[in-house]
Design a protein around this ligand. Structure first.
Ligand SMILES: [Cu+2]
Length: 380
């Protein structure tokens, strides 16, 4: 084989490898690729990704092919003399028109998909997602299920996070409650936040929308198949940014109707009588549950906190001092610190319970009891 033939063979091989790589992407090996789309828009996004890869692959092969061919075949040692043309109008028109056409080929389908993505009109159900440090809150505002609201908190056990238990299948992608929606219906998602910027990101639904305090942004999706789709907060929002996943469960219409009825029943059952007078043991039990769901990330299970940013509650002046000061901070937060105003997130009874728990746990032995009506008075 002559030297030239060898080079030509190697070039052909390189081109072939690139083609194989690009076609492999198109064959949807979802484990290495985007998540399997669950809406038409997500399918479009996926197809666009493949289309762009084809265009990039094609340009790669052509440009490098011509370049290597020229470098090799027109090298000085083979006796070539350089061309000396300047300002060729034909070449200049070509290298303007061809890239413009390629850009149009890319921009057209992208614009069509973007417009479809941004269109949240005529939706069947409207859900508001509120980002908190570090959990999501959901309110079903319109459509079937109107009035349903709940918090959605990471449910991966602490032992898995601290490597004292093997990691589960959906490690850090599981929550205690799911956003349930019916298949085939258009869902409008409103996003906002309570403290810092978060983002509601579910790849299989092709939604990634910032949740900004003081603003309402919207996005929409129409799930084309049933299933459980997982996502995460996608805007760095502080210490537990990695611990506020999103789980969307797409179910049949019948199952959705049943879920709505079930949620409404649960909400009615969970509604507390604000005038009830509680006894210490039952308040402590409830307070512990509220604490473990809302306070533990910063103040820790042992009440020692993570000083200096997250102060200890065990032995703290606030948790063992006068009740009024303690309740004030729990209800209204502490401006300028990470302490949120939990009055916006929890009921009077839950707040009373957690205050009681904090005053009587670890080394704290105040011995008093906070009733829901005291929280109500603090709110004013
Ligand atoms: Cu976040």
């Amino acid at each position: 084989m002559t030297k030239q033939a060898k080079w030509a063979n190697m070039l052909r091989l390189a081109g072939l490898l690139v083609l194989v790589a690009v076609s492999g992407l198109a064959q949807a090996e979802y484990k290495l690729n985007f998540q399997e789309p669950a809406t038409k828009v997500a399918q479009n996004v996926y197809d666009l990704h493949v289309w762009m890869m084809y265009i990039c692959g094609f340009i790669f092969v052509v440009v490098f092919g011509v370049m290597f061919y020229s470098v090799f075949n027109h090298r000085k040692s083979s006796g070539r003399t350089p061309a000396t043309f300047h300002e060729s109008t034909t070449v200049e028109i070509l290298w303007t028109v061809v890239p413009t056409l390629i850009l149009l080929l890319m921009a057209w389908p992208v614009t069509v998909t973007l417009l479809e993505m941004r269109d949240s009109s005529n939706s069947d159900i409207t859900i508001k997602a509120t980002g908190y440090q570090w959990k999501w809150g959901y309110d079903y505002l319109k459509g079937e299920g109107e009035g349903i609201k709940f918090m959605s908190v990471l449910s991966t056990p602490k032992e898995q996070i601290h490597n004292s238990a093997p990691k589960g299948e959906h490690y850090l992608l599981e929550t205690d409650t799911h956003v349930v929606v019916p298949v085939g219906k258009k869902i409008r998602m409103l996003t906002t936040a309570n403290d810092v910027i978060h983002a509601w990101f579910v790849p299989a639904l092709a939604i990634k929308q910032d949740a900004i305090p003081g603003f309402i942004r919207d996005a929409s999706f129409r799930p084309s198949r049933e299933g459980v789709f997982r996502g995460q907060c996608a805007e760095l929002c502080g210490k537990d940014h990695a611990y506020m996943p999103i789980v969307v469960e797409v179910v049949s219409q019948e199952k959705y109707t049943a879920w709505v009825a079930d949620q409404q029943k649960k909400m009615a059952a969970a509604a507390d009588d604000p005038n009830k007078v509680w006894a210490l043991p039952e308040m402590l039990k409830r307070g512990e549950a509220v604490y473990l769901q809302n306070c533990v990330a910063c103040h820790q299970a042992n009440g020692k906190g993570l000083p200096p940013v997250f102060p200890a509650l065990d032995g703290s002046k606030i948790a063992t001092g006068p009740k009024a000061g303690h309740l004030e901070i729990i209800v209204n937060g502490k401006p300028g610190t990470a302490m949120a105003a939990f009055g916006k997130q929890l009921s009077d009874t839950d707040l009373a319970a957690v205050a009681t728990y904090e005053r009587n746990s670890w080394g704290n032995k105040v011995g008093d009891l906070v009733q829901p009506n005291e929280i109500k008075a603090t709110r004013k």
